[in-house]
Ligand binder design. Sequence first.
Ligand code: DMJ
Length: 643
Amino acid sequence: MHPPYRQDYVSISLTGQGSGGYNNSKQWRRQSCWRKWKQLSRLQRSLILFILLLLFICGIASYPTVTEHLRGLTDEEQDTDSNSVLKPVIPHVLPEPIKQDHPALPEQLSQRKLSNRRGPPVLQNRLQRKGNTSDTVAEDKPAGDQKEGEEEGVISWPGVVIDTEQATEGTKEKEDSPANPEAKSSKESEVSRLEAVREAFRHAWKGYKDFAWGHDELRPISKSYSEWFGLGLTLIDALDTMWILGLKEEFEEAKAWVATELTFNKNVDVNLFESTIRILGGLLSTYHLTGDSMFLDKAKEIGSRLMPAFNTPSKIPYSDVNIGKGTAHPPRWTSDSTVAEVTSIQLEFRELSRLTQDPQYEAAVAEVMNQVHKLDGKLDGLVPMFINTNNGQFTHQGIYTLGARADSYYEYLLKQWIQGGKKENQLLEDYLQAIEGVKKNLLQTSSPNGLTFVGEVSHGQFSPKMDHLVCFLPGTLALGAHSGLAADHMDLAKQLMETCYQMYVQMETGLSPEIVHFNMHQGSTRDIDVKLADRHNLLRPETVESLFYMYRFTKDHKYQDWGWEILQNFNKYTKVSSGGYTSINNVRDPEYPSPRDKMESFFLGETLKYLYLLFSDDTNLISLDQYVFNTEAHPLPVWPSTA
Ligand code: DMJ
């Protein structure tokens, strides 16, 4: 919540004698000032001149400090890497200063209502909004919609107040800027949007710091926390985001916690995939960005503690590892692992081997890729969702999806190929075959507006179901096209990007549900249906992730504008006034979105990071020719060519 805009004035009045009459002529004013000056005593005049001189000198003297502060860490502070054997591939990335050329006027900003326009004009006209927004909405509002004390623009939940007027606090743009980007200069718009993301991050961080410090996840409504692995998951996931956003103070306090409090010598079961992408990935990328070997040491420790997961009959890793005891096991009810999980740990373990010169990490994850490459049971390159850790075969065959349990398998085929310098042909072939498999088996268009979507196949039957998770695909396709693959991948990326955006814009809150179903029948009145159980939003990143890639490669500002709308809606419906953001249960009810009381670590690790990168026009801020993002948005270097 923002206090009302306040401006402080310091005034010096030169009280002159004979200040009786008022004459508005300029000449009179000039003469009058001069007369007043002359009427002052010599001492008074000297004092005033001395103060002016002093102010001038202070201004000059503070200039270097201010610029240094904006630049983030000084060179000496960054260069703490003298102990590490291997250096980062890419010189450390300095947080970019935010150039506040024309900071938005707070009083302008606080007055304006959040503009909540939905959709690109063309499609929005085509879509029949009425039919698109109602049918499957269940009433889950508590009795008495308008709660006591509720004002216009303020959503109240028990124990929480979300101020819808504070959306994108302090940085709102002129009315209708998404539809009218010329309303402000593009530089001005860039600066204010970047600052809005930083503001959102600070707000999320405040909640984490106040109520969940050192724990895994913030529960912002109950002002408490939840523990998953007991490893400060949010803090580690957010490290490189803080670095990239230039939040030096927050970064330093988090770094101090990692250095002094974080211990992996704990009798705790962790999920191999989740701890690899969030913890190992987060530590490795922070090491690369900062050059601080403390992060590499921590990465080595968690990496080696995760290795028991690979001690299985098939060498396909178990899902869970006890990092204190050095034991691993599958989930209690099965000996299967999830295909996406065992094939989306490769970027991190390969990088760990490169940095430590210890091949065991890379060998373990390469074995998994080689086995999956040869397995029967694929559909035109599409993989099933489960794999058995005893015999190394796919199980529960017949279901093919780009959503949960398979998604990042496809992402990591392409990204490993890029990470390794585009030499590993097997990875590329599997990726290209899979994309053809998507086109042949999973791609359809909706009715009435012809949105291209990726459905699922279940035992030969097509289902028009699409997870929000699938929205990583436009970005991955665009990255492939940028990396030299077929240009039609970019065409498909653009179509799917539009669809993912529509998954937001067609909802009453402007936020996507977890899963949608597309209508394919002629005569349908709406393209998108949402089942009652699928209406939640977990603050997921996939759409803004893809928007970032699309903007980087096309420079089409509509992608930034779409991301801007999404950020505003996160601020409007998920921001908790006491600090933090919450996932919500119902994206179709703007009056009662029903908070779930959890801020996932990926909101800080991914969602806000991708939004920041989306709004930045600096293509060197994590260059996509130098870095490849892991599936948790942690940038790892593309390996230097050894040829
Ligand atoms: C993240 O942990 C990763 O992006 C993962 O690949 C998928 N799920 C979440 C975000 O939605």
